[in-house]
Design a protein around this ligand. Sequence first.
Ligand SMILES: Cc1ncc(COP(=O)(O)O)c(C=O)c1O
Length: 447
Amino acid sequence: MASSQSRRKFLQTGSVALAASQLPRAARAADHEGGKLAKDGGTRAVSGKPGARVRWGDAEKAQLSAAVDQPSIFYWAGGKPNRQTALFIERFKQYCPREHVVTCSSGTAALHVAVAAAGIGPGDEVITTPISDIGTIAGILFQQGVPVFADLGASTYNLDPQAVERAVTPRTKAIIAVHLAGNPCDMTALRAIADRHKLVLIEDCAQAWGARYQGRPVGSIGHVGCYSLMDSKHIGTGDGGVVTSSDPRIGPALLKFSDKGGDRLDPKNSYATTSVLATNYRMSELQAGFGAVQLQRLEAIAAKRAALGRLLVEGISGLPAVMPPAIAPADRSSFWFFYFRLRLDRLRCDRAEFVAALRAEGASCSPGYIPVPLYKMPYFQQHAFFAGRWPVKELGLTKMDYTQVKCPEAEAILTTGVMCPLNEGMDEALIREIGAAVRKVAKHYTV
Ligand SMILES: Cc1ncc(COP(=O)(O)O)c(C=O)c1O
């Protein structure tokens, strides 16, 4: 008797499972909503796995091999960029037409070159975001400038133009707009502020390869564009960077600030005549050749991420306890990662429990992004950037006190956010499942 009952049960569950397996994965995922959470023994909402990303292949090998056959793999030859560097620059200009395009060793280097070429000096203020990689602000500090942190949009996670306007003082010289996670900043508003106050607008596009602001590639709206080719980015060269400008005041200076102050385009230039102190941020031919091929892969990568990201935004919209990211309809985010926020007052769990439940459903995710806003890092709080000291403050060139800085929205973005990896190895079915997992967990915990 017991065995016939268990057999019937087995057949029932077996046939349900069979029927379910014949449904499209996304429809099955929708069935999970309202169901028991996977962490409590329910069925996982996510059954798919991301496919492997094809990051490089024969085309890169062939390009590297061509570079190895050259007599020199230094970036400069015969008074002009060497072959691989020239190819990279040519392809970069097809992607984003800028008059001056300079390859360099990292995104951090590109940003340092940008602020140096923009003329940032001791005590000059540069307004930027408190949520970014340290590479965004390192160059400001090395030029003895003062990073000034402005608050962010609640769902764009990018600079709020009104907060930027409030942060402008007579010492302000530049704005660094970071297109976080690939979502373009409000460049019309930021450019208007920059123009009104005669500021240099630098775009940090490290996370935003392939992103477009109202149809234009990011990096082409401000005065300077900076990019990272570090391994984890949309495209990469292991490490590397690019800095670009069409501004006649800044563009010609990019080369010398990336190459020890020397201007290789000026035959009269030498260490005896240079007037700028700069370090060595050069990129070799091997990376440039590799990067030139990577640029040919970019559009497919960015288009796929943009489509998957939009699908996930739709998938998690309309929930009272979840705030999806806001991407302007005319823009293209290239989703370096996917970040959404929780309305914790609408949930009867904390973020850690939500993330644990989502992971148990099979959705890869983690709480937050950087642990604290940049101004809360110890060397900001202690004004101790250079061997425990900050000469700019000691000399009275700034009254900045980072212990008093508060960007409430940025702090809330970091304490209520959930980050999900998103990349071109994924497919729509998987993204729909992840959306269903978020809906299932959110519905379960919503008060
Ligand atoms: C927004 C942003 N800016 C700058 C950088 C620095 O780039 P790199 O690591 O190539 O120096 C990064 C790196 O992740 C970044 O995400």
